[in-house]
Design a protein around this ligand. Sequence first.
Ligand code: NAD
Length: 308
Amino acid sequence: MNIEHLGVHDSISAVFPPERLVDALASVDPNVSIVRDGEYDDIDAVVTFAHDDAYFGQVEWVHCARAGYDDFPVERFEETGTILTNSSGIHGASVGETAVGMMLSLARCLHVARDAQNRGEWSRPEWDRPFTLFDQRVTVVGLGTLGQGIARRADGLGMRVSGVRRTPARPPHVREVYTPVDLHDAIADAKFVALTTPLTEETAHMFGAEEFDVMRDDAYLVNVARGGVVDQDALVDALESGDIAGAGLDVFEEEPLPESSPLWEMDDVVVTPHVGAADRNYYQDIAALVRQNVLHASADEEFVNRVA
Ligand code: NAD
């Protein structure tokens, strides 16, 4: 495939200024310019945050600057022969630190202190509220880039890490691996359950009332995957009824999280606005992936991270 003109879709501005990526890609052969919805004349490939139906019939290759491509109509890409690649593989450190940061905040009550600071109050949490992550069990559901990123960091803090994956092979930093049919066994005795699977037909609402019932009453859910992996109404019910103790949530069924959501007001819920992977060097990681695939395309080699 000959890529002569590469477009950086302006939807990328959700994560960094598009000009940064244009500059970072300047060393790649093709001309690079910023493009907007529907403006793909002479554009061979697009790097983007958002899907646009007008890609079809216009560009040969679309690179999604996110790991999750559930917003992209994969079947249509397959039917039209348009190549779709994603950005899996680069978020282990950023999301790993976000998830472990949430666990640290919930354990050490940093969120409680910050709330008090916002009120200008010097107040200590109840004596029996703080705990340590050391020796606590965390179950990571999905052991890909994000899951292994969390496992490595949680292990470093002395946590006991279990995982759920479709194949039983045990990656580093994980003591026990369960397959999805044994999900309930995997989460029953965990202090933290961290979700890191893609959103698929199989994982949609994988966590609902039953799973919250199985989890310990003093357990916390950490969701850095996609909001749709969790039945959010059931989560709110579980938090309100004390079925689980709290949550760290970066992703939601509806984003932005509506003002009316009870999750905003809950003491032991940390809400972050889908910034788990935010990193000032993100554009460099995306540039490296795109550069690699431009080289593969010109050599007629298989694309890296090809999903359609
Ligand atoms: P990845 O492809 O490296 O890993 C996903 C893993 O989940 C794979 O190992 C896969 O086998 C496993 N999996 C799929 N279905 C499963 C199931 N039913 N049970 C157990 N495991 C299952 O992807 P990744 O980079 O780790 O990202 C995972 C997802 O996290 C993305 O698809 C995206 O939706 C989300 N994500 C969120 C952020 C954020 O900002 N919060 C950032 C990056 C990725």
